[in-house]
Design a protein around this ligand. Structure first.
Ligand code: ATP
Length: 237
């Protein structure tokens, strides 16, 4: 579904990605782990067209997407839930969700959009209760649910999330990761960037570990959970 080969990204003189190769197959949750500054967000932003790679290829669903604009990439079917949620705080919850439909809104029937909205509300009943409330009044966990809901409204063929657990309490993280598993069961492949290695590897099919712009390890999530280096460096001993 997604194949990245030898991807390099430079910010001026800083080489943030150094020859990254990675795959996400259909029906997979792939997790990318790494400490601050490893290059995880840069990787997601280069897939979604926010950052331009200096070298390498990104093929999605059979077509090269490297060099395409972010709006083209959303239309092709990749939806990114950004780090820090980035909801529109002065808009209602429902209007935030509708923002996720902008690229297919004119081609979609009212009924299909209402069905998508109900699907998001089934996943996140708290958003339904508060649909008319300003997004800025939601808690951090609720804003994360809203950002994921907005991603679902875009009808993604691949959903990418940048540190959805950041700053959230363990019980909320569990809720959110259970929703990711449910989305995966609906056949939406997921690329999940996380510092919370334990939570991410528990739901992932496979994982990659990044350090200083490179992939230093990859494997089945169940194997990574037991790997000595991963346990000591990322799983707390
Ligand atoms: P975190 O978990 O802290 O978000 P990360 O793994 O997502 O970190 P990136 O944000 O991708 O890492 O950063 C990778 C490297 O690129 C870092 O050294 C960072 O300082 C640098 N970097 C990121 N964005 C820019 C930018 N716009 N200009 C210059 N350097 C940047």
């Amino acid at each position: 579904m997604l194949t990245i080969e030898n991807l390099n990204v430079d910010y001026g003189g800083i080489q943030a990605l150094k020859g990254i190769s990675l795959k996400v197959n259909e029906n997979e949750i792939v997790s990318v782990l790494g400490a601050n500054g490893a290059g995880k967000s840069t990787l997601l932003m280069s897939i979604s067209g926010i950052v331009t790679a200096s070298q390498g290829s990104i093929v999605f669903d059979g077509q090269e997407i490297s060099g395409k604009s972010s709006s083209q990439i959303v239309r092709i079917g990749i939806s990114q839930v950004p780090e820090g949620r980035e909801v529109f705080k002065g808009l209602s919850i429902q209007d935030n969700l509708m923002m996720g439909t902008y690229h297919h809104h004119s081609k979609s029937t009212k009924q299909s959009i209402a069905d998508d909205l109900n699907r998001v509300f089934d996943y996140f009943p708290r958003l339904k209760e508060r649909r008319t409330q300003f997004a800025g009044t939601l808690s951090g966990g609720e804003q994360q649910m809203l950002a994921i809901g907005r991603g679902i409204m875009a009808r993604p063929k691949l959903l990418m999330l940048d540190e959805p657990s950041l700053g959230l309490a363990p019980l909320i993280i569990e809720d959110i990761f259970m929703i990711l598993l449910a989305l995966h069961k609906e056949n939406i492949p997921i690329l999940l960037i996380e510092q919370n290695a334990k939570a991410a590897l528990r739901i992932a099919t496979r994982g990659y570990v990044m350090e200083a712009g490179r992939i230093i390890m990859e494997g089945k999530a169940s194997d990574l959970l037991e790997d000595k280096h991963i346990v000591s460096a990322y799983l707390g001993g």
